[in-house]
Design a protein around this ligand. Structure first.
Ligand code: GLN
Length: 193
């Protein structure tokens, strides 16, 4: 049985748990580093990246997640989660955990369009474009050679990327009934630890 955990320090972890449960995988809320043990995949949810980094560092998650990544755990960051797992931000705060060779811009879509929805094609996904919900969303400002763009907002702004067994999306698949991105992540996590 595939085991996927959701980092449950802050943000909309509950919605991810529900989406995963509907797909029949074993799911758990990750509140302490010891809860990472034996997971095939971990999701860092949307919320507030400064808070997630602060609490994560308080409990020692920065290093503990890195150890599990080296052991083959898959990782997916959504929205604030995308910010948390980046190597670098265009903003001064927070200091991200740094698992993916990309530079991320917080609140990329600005104040006038804080939140919006848009259908976007995702590479490798069948069944047509995906309905993407953006909430004060970040975007990828630049990325390294190891990072593949899965979806672009406007042809030039990456909003979904993959690097090995790590995925990041600027939008919130857990807020729609379309489970295709969760299925993509489960397939990645199943792909051998
Ligand atoms: N703007 C938030 C941040 O910088 C992210 C928003 C979200 O996760 N929906 O942390």
């Amino acid at each position: 049985m595939t085991r996927i955990g959701v980092l449950a320090l802050q943000g909309d972890f509950h919605e991810h748990i529900q989406a995963l449960e509907s797909l029949g995988v074993e799911t758990s809320e990750v509140r302490l580093p010891m809860h990472l043990e034996g997971l095939d995949g971990l999701i860092i949810p949307g919320g507030e990246s400064t808070t997630i980094v602060k609490l994560g560092d308080l409990y020692g998650f920065r290093e503990a997640i890195r150890v599990e990544l080296d052991r083959g755990m898959a990782l997916w960051g959504t929205c604030a989660g995308m910010i948390v797992i980046a190597n670098e931000l265009t903003d001064d705060r927070p200091t991200p955990f740094g698992y993916v060779d990309m530079k991320v811009s917080r609140n990329w879509f600005g104040r006038q369009v804080d939140s919006f929805e848009q259908d976007i094609a995702i590479a490798g996904m069948e069944g047509g474009p995906y309905h993407c919900v953006f909430i004060r969303a970040p975007a990828v400002a630049s990325l390294g050679d190891s990072v593949e763009v899965l979806a672009n907002f406007d042809g030039i702004t990456p909003v979904a990327v993959r690097s090995g067994k790590i995925m990041a999306t600027a939008f919130h698949p857990e807020l729609t009934d379309d489970t295709r991105v969760h299925e993509m992540f489960i397939a990645l996590a199943r792909n051998g630890r």
